[in-house]
Design a protein around this ligand. Structure first.
Ligand code: GLA
Length: 393
């Protein structure tokens, strides 16, 4: 957590001293352990919340304006609470604006204006869900400030809807769900079709999870993300010749998929769908092996996930592949894969404690030699989902 007292000072410098109390909320970033590009197919995912994220300081105003500021970006100004519209030039502010718009869409009009100061610790564009973190913390804080129920499953659904419909990014539910519902030392096994989920203790034994940031920025909106989504929809259309009721690829078992794969006409679409069907099965097997404490078997599944994202789904790219290749050469690495949407962003590796330093040195050097980019590494602890911060004043 950042120094709250410093942030409070910054808040009053920007927004002035007032009687009303400044309250502090926090939502983490997330990392996905396995189950990639399965969420919008109604499949399973297995993400976890991080111990760093977005801190939000918020206070009531006496008018119907929203004062928006961030310690990360220079752009800040006040906008009216009512009649919120998306504006390209509002940049990061479109995320909190989207939540105010979403609440209005759900019939929850704000009773007053607020001042909000955001402090983000998640590198932007790294695929660790900085945007979901802003959305979820804003929704949670505003609901609490308004004296409403803050249901974290509902908040995840609403935040995803705001990102889809207000910001215009057609992401699945995974990021917002993990950020809203994460739990310290647990990963979330989520069925993205039904939203049933269980928190699974993540016991990493004598291993650490290491996030490697390729520092190759990942542009979700401009990327091939939407193209992959429509290819999956095409696969569903083709498979309806055998399963007339099929809505999402994730509703098929791996056996059902395999027996009918030939119904998918286009070869590329078939490869995309095969990744999805097999990746969902890998999530299931991951839960099984982790329940037995078999980290080596989980590492093997992580490797298979990356290879499938590289060869079948084709969302990795030179930087992610270079980092994963370098990671797998280090003794004591049980598995390594890209995490998130792909096309840049981060990898996640499962590494024996005794190999962590060597990992950071060797992967860093090899990756830089291969790509000319300097990577960053974070030894990853699993933290809690969104909450009010009632610690240090
Ligand atoms: C991004 C999206 C998620 C999910 C992943 C890929 O993070 O926001 O909804 O689709 O990509 O697994």
């Amino acid at each position: 957590m950042p120094q709250i007292s410093e942030l409070k000072r910054e808040f009053t410098q920007r927004f002035g001293e007032r009687e009303d109390e400044i309250r502090v909320f926090h939502a983490p970033g997330r990392v996905n352990l396995i189950g990639e590009h399965t969420d919008y197919n109604g499949g399973a995912v297995f993400p976890a919340a991080l111990t760093f994220g977005t801190t939000l300081l918020i206070r009531k105003r006496g008018d119907r304006q929203l004062g928006l500021a961030s310690t990360n970006f220079p752009l800040s100004h006040a906008i009216p609470v009512d009649g919120i519209v998306f504006k390209e030039e509002d940049d990061w502010m479109n995320y909190p604006k989207g939540i105010v718009w979403e609440l209005a869409f759900r019939g929850i009009g704000l009773s007053t204006g607020y001042d909000l100061l955001f402090h983000g610790e998640i590198p932007n564009g790294a695929g660790l869900s900085s945007s979901a973190s802003i959305e979820v913390v804003t929704a949670y804080a505003l609901l609490i400030m308004e004296g409403r129920k803050a249901d974290t499953v509902e908040i995840a659904v609403w935040s995803q809807h705001a990102e889809n419909e207000f910001v215009g990014v057609k992401c699945g539910i995974m990021d917002q769900f993990a950020v809203a519902n994460g739990k310290k030392e647990h990963a979330i096994h989520l069925n993205c079709d039904t939203l049933d989920y269980e928190l699974v203790p993540f016991r990493s034994g004598d291993c650490k999870l290491i996030i490697g940031n390729t520092n190759k920025r990942r542009g979700l909106v401009d990327s091939k993300y939407n193209e992959r989504r429509s290819q999956c929809e095409q696969a569903v259309k083709d498979l309806r010749s055998v399963f007339p009721e099929l809505q999402l690829l994730g509703q098929l078992t791996l056996e059902e998929y395999r027996a009918n794969e030939s119904r998918i006409e286009d070869e590329t679409v078939r490869r995309r769908a095969r990744h999805v069907a097999e990746e969902i099965d890998r999530v299931k097997r991951s839960i099984e092996v982790l329940t037995r404490g078999d980290l080596a078997a989980f590492g093997t599944l992580m490797n298979a996930s990356h290879d499938s994202l590289r060869d079948l789904y084709e969302v990795t790219g030179a930087e992610l592949d270079a980092m994963v290749d370098a990671a797998r050469e280090v003794p004591g690495v049980l598995g390594s894969r890209m995490t998130g949407a792909g096309f840049g962003g981060c990898t996640i590796s499962l590494v024996r404690d005794s190999s962590v330093n060597r990992f950071i040195e060797e992967v860093g050097a090899k990756y830089e030699a291969a790509t000319g980019l300097k990577p960053d590494f974070y030894v990853c602890d699993i933290g809690d989902g969104v909450r009010e911060w009632k610690g240090e004043a």
